[in-house]
Design a protein around this ligand. Sequence first.
Ligand SMILES: Cc1ncc(COP(=O)(O)O)c(C=O)c1O
Ligand SMILES: [Zn+2]
Length: 442
Amino acid sequence: MAGKFHLRCKDCSYIVKDFKEWFSLNQKCPKCSGKWVLAEYQNDFSGLIPVINEANGKAKDLFHYFDYLPLNNTDNIVSEGEGIIPVERWEFLEKFAKESCNLDLEVMVYRNDMNPGTGTFKDIAAALVASVLKEAGVKEYVVASTGNIANAFAHYLALAGISLTVFIPQDALLSNEAGVGSYGQRVYRVKGDYHKAKKLASEYSQKYNVLISGGNIDPMRVEAKKTMVYEWLRLLNKLPDVYIQALSGGTGPIAIDKGIDELGNLNLINKRPRYILIQPDQCDPMTKAWDNAKAKGFPEGWQQEYPVMDNPVTKVPTLATGNPITFPIIADVVKNSGGEIISFTENEISDVARLVAYETSIKIGPAATIAVGGFFEALHKGHIKNGESVMINVGEGVRRAPELMNEMTYTTKLVDSLDECEPTDRAIFRDGLWIPFNKYSR
Ligand SMILES: Cc1ncc(COP(=O)(O)O)c(C=O)c1O
Ligand SMILES: [Zn+2]
């Protein structure tokens, strides 16, 4: 019996029947060797709207959208309730936009830190990957990673009883290593950088015939993340005018585009958000490529020109894609949306984390500080217009970044006796926390 979906090669339209076949083809199109395939469904997307509408109070996880996900049998679902997370208004940012830039905005955040698996944006992708691998009978998977994806895979594959082998660069954080290893998933700490870790992972995959994780265009990751679109329609009944996200390889915006394209001809959506993507300034090859192209007026072939940063030293290893091979794809996605790629200074990561914790009681992680900081930068640069709604993807909480947590301390006073203590009013800290952000006014 034919399954409910197939995979179509983006370049030559060759059709691959399912993931089992795709994996047996080494995740490459047999006709043109292309690596980018899109999932297509037998189901009519008009059926999705009732599914979205009835989701309120009922949806437990992203598999509420099962009919539009590339899995054939619900028995194979591996899930812990990820993907059904709140959108919140952050009025303190709206107030700043009004008072400092004279803009009336609706500022919302998408609380990926509330995902139950590992508390990041990667949980939905990992849940679907684990489910698809289970359905395809895969026993072991391999990935090179510095950050969140390895942790999320380690967690969800362990739930599915699938082994994971992770190659991490020598300088990867201990907390990342522990996050993977604690589930009994194998870690190889490679004497070298991320590039070398990727090389060894690829050689390992070939030598032992172990399936290797695809990159940012991996159809499992894209299909999971496209459910962001469904969720915004469920929660808001609209898409935001602007979407702000920290940028590493760009699966997020690629997936949002896919979700919108599928719904596009239903007249339910008549626009896509402008993608404003933010890189940490110590590893921002895509920003550099974008700035360069923009300065030249986006000349023919501009998408192919980007710098490669070897061994970037950054406080946000999660976002450290020094060799941005997806730039040609992201470049078009951002340009078509009327968006921008900008950077945010890593020096201000802890300022952002402290401000957010003070104003909202939410402790965000390093990659999320880049997104929130990017909001200030985008305001300052005039990239957001009066009356717009803005969605900031808070991609992770602080729980796996103890270093950032330590930097968030600022109220401590060392005392010897009670004479040195006085009653506390937390309001005295507010002005100081806002000082670093005054420069973003216009
Ligand atoms: C918290 C968080 N935000 C943003 C990103 C960037 O995701 P991408 O560039 O793949 O869309 C990542 C992963 O790299 C992440 O873990
Ligand atoms: Zn092809």
